[in-house]
Design a protein around this ligand. Structure first.
Ligand code: GDP
Ligand code: MG
Length: 292
């Protein structure tokens, strides 16, 4: 059977029931491997594994914001970006007024990622109220599929899960199915560096850049990171490094600032660029990069 894997980002205002919904997914469906929190901005709330699927849930918008940027700069290559959300669950409840997040909703209505609008806490609303809510949201997010649930009672949660599975891409697992914790830190480091590369170099730099974190050492005050940026050709190496190293330096600084927010700790990061032809075709390399 084909394996499905993807990122499901749960977003919405505080108190609408995001965490309760997450727990409900996890309680209903198999093993949660970690709930290790990174920071409030980017955290993997939970990874749920089945024999033929892996869903990585996250409930903060921090993880989505860079993906928007990535989409801007990489039209067409979006699928390559590992942190992209594959499905977005926008959670609201039966009390929330819709005008709270105008701008955000505007963006949400335009993205190509499937958006599920989850109206939670239906146990507290009348049918009339629900009908009212539906009218408003249909106008606001016409492309979104609407689901009604009570995360607390577990009503309709498995239905949402099924629909997530239906839209999840066929992909190998991003994380080892039995061990995760320290992998995830390196994974995010590599994604953040890659994002900076995509933002800083735009079109000259191919999407085939790969970042491998060779060292990640954390002590009480600082995290020391050494990462290699693999490119396919010597000319690309030159572009990444830039005149007198200025471009690479900027990428390193941008990444460091994000990483410090991410880990809420001081970060020291060293970046090196190496040429590695055709890594995409090389099985051993793919394994090393975690694709196989
Ligand atoms: P978050 O801030 O979006 O993560 O919201 P939480 O999951 O922490 O939930 C906020 C509050 O709403 C908690 O007191 C939950 O028990 C409650 N809650 C969550 N889902 C439901 C629901 O479906 N029905 C009802 N009645 N309460 C809910
Ligand atoms: Mg919460």
């Amino acid at each position: 059977m084909a394996h499905k894997s993807g990122f499901v980002n749960i977003i919405g205002n505080p108190n609408v029931g995001k965490s309760t919904l997450m727990n409900s997914f996890v309680g209903e469906k198999l093993s949660i491997i970690t709930s290790k929190s990174q920071t409030t901005r980017h955290r993997i709330m939970g990874i749920v594994n089945g024999e033929d699927f892996q869903i990585i849930y996250s409930d903060t918008p921090g993880i989505i914001k860079p993906s928007y940027k990535m989409q801007d700069s990489m039209v067409g290559f979006v699928k390559e970006a590992l942190t992209d959300a594959d499905v977005i669950l926008y959670v609201t409840d039966t009390y929330e007024t819709i005008d709270k997040n105008e701008e955000y909703l505007e963006k949400l209505s335009k993205i190509d990622i499937p958006v599920f609008l989850i109206v939670n806490k239906i146990d507290l609303a009348t049918k009339e109220k629900i009908a009212e809510i539906e009218t408003v949201w249909k106008e606001k997010l016409p492309k979104a599929r609407i689901f009604y649930c009570s995360a607390l009672m577990g009503t309709n949660v498995s239905n949402i899960f099924d629909e997530i599975m239906a839209v999840l891409p066929e992909f190998p697992p991003y994380f080892p199915k039995d061990q995760l914790t320290d992998k995830s830190e390196r994974f995010f480091v590599s994604e953040i560096v890659r994002e900076k590369i995509l933002l800083n170099y735009r079109k000259e730099v191919p999407y085939s850049v790969e970042v491998v974190v060779e060292e990640f050492k954390e002590d009480d005050v600082i995290i020391r990171i050494r990462a290699i940026i693999y490119v396919a050709r010597e000319t690309q190496k030159g572009i990444i490094i830039g005149h007198k190293g200025a471009a690479l330096k900027k990428t390193g600084t941008d990444a460091r600032l994000d990483l410090e927010k991410f880990f809420e700790k001081k970060v020291f990061i060293e970046l090196y660029v190496k040429v590695n032809k055709d890594w995409r075709d090389n099985e051993r390399q793919l394994k090393q990069f975690g694709y196989l």
